[in-house]
Design a protein around this ligand. Sequence first.
Ligand code: F6R
Ligand code: MG
Ligand code: MG
Length: 364
Amino acid sequence: MKYTLSIIKADVGGFVGHSDVHPALREECEECLAKAKKDGLIIDCCRGEVGDDIAMIMTHDKGLESEEIHKFAWDTFTKMTEAAKKYGQYGAGQDLLVDAFSGNLKGMGPGFAEMTFEERPSEPIIVYLADKTEPGAWNMPLYKIFADPFNTIGLVIDPNMHEGFRFEVDDLIDERKIVFSLPEEMYDMLALIGSPSRYVIKQIFRKDSDEPVAATSTQRLFLMAGRYVGKDDPVMAVRCQSGLPAVGEALEPFSFPHVVAGWMRGSHHGPLMPVGFKDDTPTRFDGPPRVVAMGFQLKDGMLVGPRDMFADISYDNARRLALDAADFLRRHGPFEPHRLPQEEMEYTTMPSIMKKLKDRFESA
Ligand code: F6R
Ligand code: MG
Ligand code: MG
């Protein structure tokens, strides 16, 4: 049987500032999900959370970009916004960029990652949620999971993975996409995805079928809204085992807290720290950016889980390294490469400063 997995997320209010979500928003979200399940709109669901973002993880038979599913998510975020307003939450409704829903969530603010696939006899899936960063943050881990034999030994010794995978890369600025076949085109793809603010891995496929094995949310808010409302804190899902990367191979890249764009005011580089659910609250300098991993076994479309995959002590060194990297980068204060280059910054006073100084520049 084919199922669609939809992960739809938004920040509709932070508690306190941008660090967490208020229990009233969680309650509203869970009530809406329970009703959608009871009404038969969705098969199963789970609420996920990281920092000030709430994600609805849902299984259903309505396919990709379904109007019904996306409208349900929009209405749920709208109700959560009401709860956020009631409790004076910060930035209530911040990711709902348009007045009314139409068609699907593209360009409307909430992020989504979706895949439709035939459920295997056993279907382990990891759902990753990140806060204070952008969709390109998944480029390095996805490359390692599906293309790097130093991370994924299965690419070398599992005959079912030895051929490699196909990667869809989206150009977020010119709104176009390209599919690479790896390992043959590894160097070409790396030339693009090494610029994660522009080129983002959107989906990964096996070579012998069009069924996706991984999907990410790629919408960048400033491109959709004409102005920058916040980094589009991203989500992704990775299917695992039996000819796909093992669960441990899908988690292994996060043992290195690589540097991503985001953090304070969406305008800084910082380490992506893997954390257990209880530590998903970015506080220091509104960060550092962090990621949680929710493990599920899918059974007849039901989401059996979640397991808190990064709570394990084997991620303690990654957290320690991330905290050291955070100390190191913070000491650069307003200087690059801690602060992002001008064109990448979510906030900028540059035009007004240049306007003020324009008559004071002399030829040198
Ligand atoms: C980053 C983020 C926060 C805010 C910061 C300032 O994605 O959400 O770091 O940018 O707290 O927020 P405002 O401008 O709303 O005061
Ligand atoms: Mg926020
Ligand atoms: Mg956020």
